[in-house]
Design a protein. Structure first.
Length: 529
């Protein structure tokens, strides 16, 4: 049985239960001021670190555990006689278990009224030092930084009198990841401060983008390959993915997700999530672009309409719904080749329909009320660096829209325009999206020229046998000349939505008036690359 444990925690969750179990196992418990007080108050036998070291806690707690009697007791290698002799020579007892969690630096500095002095005082020094000592010596010492691991440690001690090496190694890795993140948070905070010499009592102004940008991710899985088979790849997620984000998926069945599956699933999910849950929507993605998007009274209707936009491209698509998938919709989807199917829930009938199609990857992602943007920062790798931006989370409000033509859109046209605008945000630039009746009719994506996107969108509608007569069209950025507008009008569009803001806006507005269509400006652009 281990002899001695040191417990020093800011977050006191579960610590009393842990200490009680340790005491019952005959483990001597050392603790720092606040933790010792709590445990003693509960009648749990505890020795204050200050009594153990013979040195008082000092400097307002800045120095509590930074003492050879603590670090010697943690760091000594039990397999080296010289180390054990040195402990004996200096009267240092072994510390076999360390339980520490740190001053809440992130919580403190995320409060709007956190002064510089308060931030600095929330930088834990003794805690990380002990954690690193114990994690380094994991061959002999167990170290716990997360209250969620208390139970496994107690269970192993009860069963075997000591923790297993595998557990100690796992816990040590967790500790170094934790202290690295802790220091990253401190670096992000300090290097964002604009003042050269911030005043202690003042809340320092901080730039949104710090000089040193640290981000931590944890691996979900190594992938079979990357975008192409000769590339290696892995999927990492945020340490705490935002509610409703793709990384929260639960795979209910199907083959392993590939790199491209995950990228396309994200595009499908982010797009479909922009439709409220009381408006069943379906998005079909191919190569990162929507090839069909629709809303309907039911999931089945939404899917049937989305599929009609481009049933050829939908083959092997990634399909997402914003509402639970029921049997009727599942039955219809099952008739096509689908790579990945995503929904907030699946009825038993829907599950049963896909159970036989073992290759289809079925992902369930909870959509809690009030979910927001999926990422705090959008990251894009470029040679030798990284571009960081806030995500394109803007949804244009009705009062921001400006009708600039003599012809006003009817309420039905306005609904189609808003639908088209929502979809255009998720189409690679240059994006031209024809819509009508709550569905996409033709999608032109990823062209270097807007006019080509417009032509492609209308060709695709024609190929699908869909008429663009009376359609609404969205352009993700302004029409630089009237030529693009003429193409969409020739195709049959009777109303158009785009950001405006070109030097030649007037030329384009005049063209719209000449063609007798309605034009709405959003003032917001949605480039997507
Ligand atoms: N200075 C030290 O020697 C020191 N040793 C442990 N701590 C921290 O003190 C906290 C616990 O303090 P208390 O038991 O007094 O509530 C823990 O978060 C621990 O990480 C220290 N505090 C900060 O650096």
């Amino acid at each position: 049985m281990i002899q001695r444990a040191l417990i020093s925690v800011s977050d006191k969750t579960g610590v009393a239960e842990l200490a009680r179990e340790l005491a019952a196992l005959g483990v001597e418990i050392l603790s720092t001021g606040g933790t010792a007080k709590l445990l003693a108050g509960l009648g749990i036998p505890v020795v204050e670190v200050a009594d153990h070291t013979g040195f008082p806690e000092m400097l307002d707690g800045r120095v509590k555990t930074l003492h050879p009697k603590i670090h010697g007791g943690i760091l000594a290698r039990r397999d080296l006689p010289e180390h054990m002799a040195a402990l004996d020579a200096h009267g240092i007892g072994r510390i076999d278990l360390l339980v520490v969690n740190l001053y809440p630096f992130v919580e403190a500095t995320s409060k709007a009224d956190c002064t510089f002095e308060n931030a600095i005082e929330n930088i834990d020094i003794g805690g990380p030092t002990m954690l690193r000592s114990a994690a380094k010596n994991h061959r002999d010492v167990a170290v716990v930084v997360d209250p969620a691991d208390y139970a496994v440690v107690v269970a192993e001690l009860k069963a075997a009198g000591e923790t297993s090496f595998a557990t100690r190694f796992r816990l040590a890795k967790k500790v170094f990841a934790h202290t690295a993140q802790y220091d990253s948070a401190i670096t992000n905070y300090l290097t964002a401060i604009e003042a050269e010499a911030p005043e202690a009592g003042v809340v320092p102004a901080r730039e949104q983008y710090p000089q040193v940008f640290n981000q931590a991710f944890e691996k979900v899985q190594t992938l079979r390959y990357g975008e192409n088979p000769h590339q290696t790849a892995a999927f990492y997620r945020d340490l705490a993915p935002a509610a409703g984000a793709l990384a929260n998926y639960v795979q209910l069945q199907g083959k392993e997700l590939s790199y491209n599956n995950i990228a396309d699933a994200d595009a499908a999910w982010e797009c479909v999530k922009t439709f409220p849950a009381n408006e069943p929507a379906c998005v079909i993605i191919k190569h990162a672009n929507p090839c069909g998007v629709a809303v309907g009274a039911t999931a089945l209707e939404a899917y049937s309409k989305a599929f009609k936009t481009d049933s050829t491209s939908a083959f092997g698509g990634i399909i997402a719904f914003n509402v639970p998938l029921d049997g009727a919709a599942a039955e219809a989807v099952s008739k096509q080749f689908v790579e990945v199917l995503i929904a907030p829930a699946f009825t038993p009938e829907a599950r049963a329909i896909f159970a036989a199609k073992t290759n289809v990857r079925v992902l369930e992602i909870a959509l809690p009320a009030g979910f927001g943007t999926s990422v705090a920062y959008d990251l894009k790798r470029v040679g030798g660096g990284i571009l960081v931006q806030s995500p394109d989370a803007k949804n244009v409000a009705a009062e921001e829209l400006k009708v600039v033509t003599k012809v006003q859109p009817t309420p039905a046209q306005m609904a189609d325009l808003m639908f088209a605008w929502k979809v255009a945000k998720f189409v690679k630039s240059n994006a031209i999206v024809f819509c009508g009746g709550g569905m996409t009719l033709g999608v032109g994506a990823g062209q270097m020229s807007r006019i080509d996107s417009a032509r492609i969108a209308s060709i695709k509608a024609e190929n699908a046998g869909l008429t663009l007569k009376g359609s609404a069209v969205a352009s993700d950025a302004f029409f630089p000349f009237r030529d693009g507008l003429d193409v969409v009008c020739d195709a049959g569009a009777t109303c158009v939505i785009h950001p405006g803001g070109s030097m030649r806006d007037q030329e384009v507005i005049d063209a719209a008036n000449e063609r007798g269509i309605a034009m709405v400006l959003t003032g917001t652009r949605h480039f997507r690359h």
